[in-house]
Design a protein around this ligand. Structure first.
Ligand SMILES: Cc1cc2nc3c(=O)[nH]c(=O)nc-3n(C[C@H](O)[C@H](O)[C@H](O)COP(=O)(O)O)c2cc1C
Length: 378
């Protein structure tokens, strides 16, 4: 059962704000430029309506959802978040464990503070890996070898960072590459001693996936980030990855009709329609709006269409599925939960979403998430 003090996103967010330093909260909360895309993501959800079918027979609902041949307990998962361990110490481990216990996917970011090997030991087959494509193909090969050796089946390639997002709060707070730790940030940390002590206990967060390559090549962080994240992810780059990766290939960050059209050339297994939670392009279309513009036949029938960006509750999960997604991911929702409730945050977030989504399905009389498209008001 979820914690009754935090029955929604905004209460978790408010608690998180009191628990973590301001520069960390700003990093988690912020979009880019004027936060227009973040707001647009929310506005778009508000415009989608579901039509209840009260007069129809109803046998009860079951949230379980099958994706790439595996049945998860619900149609949502944990989106990749870079530097998760900076936001809350040990967050990757807390969330990976919750994902395993509740049987939902956990996507590990390339720039996570925990390693490929650590996370798969915890989340087992619920661990997916998100790749920022390295410029240097030998690093890409090394990462693929590690993923294969420990049994990852799902590779999520993020395509929406051709440049680093322009985030005024992070710039003003010195959260740049390399980070500048100012006196203000220090004062900020003193305000939240629990976070500070816990960070010391778990160790200052490091890019554990990348460290081996940084050490080998004696690269500093900015150069490493460029080499790690700026490899080609146009159609040719993705085709090369397709040739090398035998498991499921999922393209994350598709957010325009042009890219939806080009995706057919790649033979991917799935896409995550996403605008990175509004953190890259402030003039971006919101994923939920784009989903509603896709018509049957636009995309190959075997391509799994997933989405993220702006999902804040069970009703948002339901409207995203009603709009044509087969699965949704949430980023900030899980991070606010962990930074509000610590070790219990992952379980809380999943149990809260389960309760909310169940309420919506029972309310509209929908038995399975896969039937939600029959309930959308056109
Ligand atoms: C603090 C933060 C860090 C993120 N880091 C990554 C990352 O390393 N890789 C990635 O593909 N997406 C990253 N994202 C984007 C998320 O995976 C996801 O697309 C986004 O959070 C969804 O929007 P939401 O936060 O409104 O749910 C990050 C998002 C946030 C908020």
């Amino acid at each position: 059962m979820f914690h009754s003090k935090y029955p929604d996103y905004s209460r978790m967010r408010d608690r998180s704000k009191r628990n973590i330093p301001k520069f960390v909260f700003d990093y988690l909360e912020g979009g880019c430029f004027d936060n227009i895309a973040v707001e647009a993501n929310r506005r778009a959800f508000r415009n989608i309506k579901l039509a209840p079918q009260y007069l129809k027979p109803f046998k009860g609902c079951d949230l379980s959802t099958t994706l790439f041949g595996k049945t998860y307990q619900a149609p949502f998962g944990i989106a990749p978040i870079g530097l998760q361990g900076l936001i809350w110490p040990n967050a990757p481990v807390i969330l990976a464990k919750a994902a395993k216990d509740h049987n939902i996917p956990y996507i590990l970011s390339t720039v996570s503070s925990d390693s490929i090997e650590t996370i798969v030991n915890i989340a087992e087959e619920n661990a997916w890996f998100q790749l920022y494509n390295p410029v240097d193909e030998t690093i890409q090969d090394a990462i693929f070898s590690r993923l294969k050796a420990c049994g990852y089946k799902n590779l999520v390639v993020t395509v929406d960072i051709p440049t680093f997002g322009f985030r005024p709060n992070d710039i003003a707070n010195g959260l740049t590459m390399p980070p500048k730790f100012s006196l203000n940030n220090f004062i900020d940390v003193c305000r939240v001693p629990k976070w500070g002590l816990s960070t010391l206990k778990h160790g200052i967060p490091r890019f554990k996936n990348l460290e081996p390559y940084m050490k080998e090549r004696k690269l500093d962080l900015p150069e490493m980030m460029r080499i790690m994240a700026m490899g080609k992810v146009d159609v040719d780059g993705l085709k090369r990855i397709r040739d090398k990766w035998p498991g499921n290939l999922i393209i994350k960050g598709v957010c325009s009709k042009v890219d939806l059209n080009l995706i057919k050339e790649i033979n991917a297994d799935g896409i995550i329609v996403s605008n990175h939670g509004g953190r890259q392009l402030d003039a971006s279309e919101s994923p939920i709006e784009l989903l509603n513009k896709i018509t049957p036949g636009d995309l190959p029938s075997n391509l799994q269409i997933m989405m993220d960006s702006g999902v804040r509750s069970g009703v948002d999960v339901a409207t995203a599925l009603a709009s044509g997604a087969s699965f949704t991911f949430l980023g900030r929702f899980f991070m606010y939960a962990v930074s509000a409730l610590g070790n219990k945050g992952g379980d809380h977030a999943i149990e809260l979403l389960n309760a909310q989504l169940t309420q919506v399905l029972e309310q509209i009389r929908c038995e399975k998430p896969s039937q939600l498209s029959e309930f959308i008001v056109k």
